[in-house]
Design a protein around this ligand. Structure first.
Ligand SMILES: *[C@@H]1O[C@H](CO)[C@@H](O)[C@H](O)[C@H]1NC(C)=O
Ligand SMILES: *[C@@H]1O[C@H](CO)[C@@H](O)[C@H](O)[C@H]1NC(C)=O
Length: 258
């Protein structure tokens, strides 16, 4: 009896001691966050004792490919300018290059002819539009990174006059406009714009209008409609990695349960 009592109190003591440790650990770390944000921050992950799990989770998201949105457009088309200003640029600003890989192909409904070893372009909205297309093509080539290029191009497309605003827009984002304009009038610019023409003409199905949008290389009416009405939701639904914050605050994707 005495022996039994002795063992039993030892077991009890052990249980109490273990519980005390668990309690004190839990208290000092204080996991006060819901599971949805556990992996959003290292300190939170630590307090909720899921550091290891989050490492794996975040590794998975780092490996997820960004969603590819390609825009086939022409510099003076009103629908293209609207799509850039209202959908593409704001969505890209919210989710960043890691989640959204934007590809810009400024050519659209233009036509080209080879004359004396030089491509001559004809544009739906006239010569100014062809100049705008080549300016933007050269910006994509000259800029040190896509962010600088897209900032400058968005600035042009959102302004009253995309071509005359080019030098101001480049300056605003620290892009050397002299380099851009010498590209525009050179055989390099001519060749680069011809590449935009070839990329546009190799679309399958062929484009029927501008702006023409593809999602991970695919064009359907549904993709086009969704991209033009709510690109952020389309990107959030398609992205395979950990959703960026902009996706969880986007009511259209994940309506909050009350
Ligand atoms: C972004 O898209 C282009 C095709 O438009 C592709 O060549 C490139 O590899 C993509 N980048 C990433 C990081 O997925
Ligand atoms: C480039 O060519 C365009 C159109 O021919 C002209 O308006 C512009 O001044 C030229 N720019 C440069 C830097 O030569």
């Amino acid at each position: 009896m005495t022996k039994f009592c002795f063992i039993s109190s030892l077991v009890l003591a052990t249980i109490v001691w273990t519980n005390l440790i668990v309690l004190s650990t839990a208290e000092s770390l204080q996991c006060v966050h819901p599971p949805s944000v556990w992996c959003s921050d290292q300190a939170i992950a630590k307090s909720c004792q899921v550091e290891k799990q989050c490492e794996r989770w975040n590794l998975g998201s780092a490996k997820a490919l960004p969603v590819g949105i390609a825009l086939y457009y022409e510099s003076l088309c009103p629908g293209c300018r609207e799509f850039i200003a209202d959908q593409l640029y704001p969505t890209w600003q919210k989710v960043g290059n890691d989640v959204l890989n934007v590809t810009l192909v400024p050519y659209g409904n233009a036509k080209e002819n080879l004359v004396d070893n030089k491509w001559v372009f004809t544009c739906q909205h006239g010569a100014q539009e062809c100049l705008g297309n080549i300016l933007e093509t050269c910006i994509l080539y000259v800029a040190k990174d896509f962010t600088t290029a897209f900032e400058s191009i968005h600035c042009m497309e959102a302004s009253d006059d995309p071509t005359t605003s080019a030098s101001k827009c480049c300056a605003q984002f620290d892009l050397n406009y002299d380099q851009v304009s010498s590209c525009v009038n050179s055989s390099l610019g001519n060749k680069l714009e011809h590449e935009m023409a070839m990329r546009t003409e190799s679309l399958d199905p062929p484009h029927q209008y501008t702006p023409w949008i593809t999602l991970n290389g695919v064009h359907t009416d549904a993709i086009q409609d969704k991209a033009q009405s709510d690109l952020l939701s389309l990107v959030c639904e398609t992205y395979q990695g950990t959703p960026p914050a902009a996706c969880s605050t986007n009511q259209n994707v994940c309506p909050r349960k009350v």
